[in-house]
Design a protein around this ligand. Structure first.
Ligand SMILES: *Cc1c(COP(=O)(O)O)cnc(C)c1O
Length: 224
């Protein structure tokens, strides 16, 4: 199937209220434009340099989501235009985003990334340690961050039970944060989980935003 057909297919199979982030990392402007012509407006990238090049050359009504690990010294490049930063995983990064938001007088939409997978990863808040790092007071102090929800990645495995358990954990954590820290904040409404191989389970567990790359654009070619 073509890229355009894949976009149409996802629009048909995704339930109402589940947003599609078309993950276009490593893909050409041409490929992105094919998805755009099919109506897609939200695209996800994970490299700052690559995203900047695409942002400069592609239509301005594209909503760019940054889905990769973000180094704090690169926040300044994205801060003026980014529609969502998916993987905010440290207080240090929150501080830098807050400072850039203040400088630009912009509230920057962010998702808190949690480490839910069995796999070792340097990235994501550890759920158990989260409330030692951030208090309800902090949430009010970060007044140039729009806390929009949470994001996570399940273990890369065919074991459906493991994936379901991890998505269910993230979903519960999201519900807990929504009813405590963010109970006054209507913007806290996104549960970003699910990729090409596990989006169906993510949706069964309440995902509101799936990040799909290879099932739309085909396999990625990594150039050395
Ligand atoms: C690459 C990537 C995706 C998309 O992966 P596919 O398996 O190609 O759908 C989703 N989320 C993140 C964080 C990614 O880096």
């Amino acid at each position: 199937m073509s890229i355009a057909q894949n976009i149409t297919k996802f629009n048909q199979v995704l339930p109402q209220g589940v947003k599609l982030v078309a993950v276009s990392k490593t893909k050409s402007n041409e490929d992105i434009m094919e998805a755009y012509q099919a109506g897609q407006r939200i695209f996800g990238e994970n490299k700052v340099q690559e995203l900047l090049q695409k942002w400069e050359t592609l239509p301005k009504d594209i909503e760019w989501h940054f889905i990769g690990h973000l180094q704090s010294n690169k926040v300044k490049y994205l801060a003026p235009f980014i529609s969502m930063i998916h993987a905010v995983d440290s207080v240090k990064l929150l501080n830098v985003i807050q400072a850039e938001g203040q400088r630009l007088n912009r509230k920057i939409p962010c998702l808190l990334q949690f480490h839910i997978a069995e796999e070792e990863s340097k990235f994501g808040f550890e759920p158990a340690a989260f409330n030692q790092l951030i208090s309800t007071d902090d949430v009010a102090i970060f007044d140039h961050i729009r806390f929009s929800g949470v994001m996570g990645m399940a273990t890369f495995t065919d074991d459906v039970e493991i994936v379901n358990r991890e998505f269910s954990d993230l979903s519960q954590l999201y519900g807990k944060l929504k009813s405590t820290y963010f109970s006054e904040d209507a913007n806290f409404m996104e549960l970003s989980m699910g990729m090409s191989h596990d989006y169906q389970q993510a949706i069964q567990n309440g995902s509101t935003m799936v990040r799909i790359g290879s099932s739309i654009f085909g396999d990625r070619n990594y150039t050395p």
